[in-house]
Design a protein around this ligand. Structure first.
Ligand SMILES: [Zn+2]
Length: 260
């Protein structure tokens, strides 16, 4: 979610990380409500028309943030403003990889559970993500996969968000435990929702996604600097052996020409 726009300088980026990120404050994380592998989620089945592929689920610790009626109403209104239809339910069609630009897991929980107006775009509901992967490779789920989260402008109508605790994409990619967990989670989601390797993108690639849609003209070129194309090309290459092993779709990305 972190780092801001295409033109931000290193100094500006550092400042924006402090004020506008996915995880910029600190507080103790709420206690885990339950620890489980992800089989319970898979029982509910994919939203895709295609048949799911059975991928062994990674271990996922569920620490759901507050996402009650009010937040769902706010998400539905957000969807109306930005996508033209009041809806808070998610039908996953793309997976977006992020990093938090903080090394603090607790600040990530604090930010996403607060449901406060985000400091960058000043809207409600507050930003969130479906998963956060800590530096030790532990995967936390914050929001059910049936619910929309605000993590990527233009794609929140259909995107699953995966945050990685870390200060840069290179820091995440050099952390073997984190990458291993991330690839397994991504492959499991691909299998569950019949997604292809090309449906796995970085936040920084959002403007070129054929699914990108934004009614607010001022937001149409909004992106963040996390998980840039070069990093995502490496990431997608690492997904390939898993796609082969589990017979997942290996179709590469089909990019749209960005007008930004
Ligand atoms: Zn991001």
């Amino acid at each position: 979610m972190m780092l801001t726009t295409r033109t931000a300088t290193a100094g500006a980026i550092a400042m924006l990380v402090l004020v506008a990120g996915c995880a910029s404050t600190s507080a103790a994380p709420p206690p885990a409500t339950q620890s489980t592998d992800a089989r319970v989620e898979s029982v509910t089945g994919p939203a895709s028309d295609s048949a799911p592929v059975v991928v062994p689920p990674p271990r996922i610790v569920k620490r759901y943030v507050q996402y009650g009626k009010q937040r769902k109403r706010q998400m539905a209104e957000y969807s109306y403003r930005h996508y033209g239809k009041r809806e808070w339910r998610l039908t996953p069609k793309v997976i977006v990889e992020h990093y938090t630009a903080t090394n603090s897991l607790s600040s990530v929980f604090s930010t996403f559970s607060s449901n406060a107006r985000d400091p960058e775009l000043h809207e409600l509901p507050g930003t969130c993500t479906h998963f956060v992967i800590d530096r030790n490779g532990t995967i936390y789920q914050l929001v059910p996969l049936t619910v929309r989260c605000r993590h990527t402008v233009g794609l929140n109508h259909s995107a699953i968000g995966i945050e990685h605790v870390g200060m840069s994409d290179s820091a995440v990619m050099s952390n073997r435990r984190q990458v291993k967990a991330s690839l397994h989670l991504t492959a499991w989601l691909m299998g569950t929702y019949s997604l292809a390797i090309g449906d796995v993108i970085g936040h920084n690639e959002n403007l070129r996604s054929p699914l990108h849609y934004e009614r607010n003209r001022a937001w149409r070129c909004q992106t963040h600097g996390d998980f840039r194309p070069a990093t995502m090309n490496r990431y997608r290459k690492l997904v390939k052996p898993l796609a082969k092993k589990w017979s997942l779709k290996a179709t590469p990305p089909k990019w749209r020409r960005s007008r930004c």
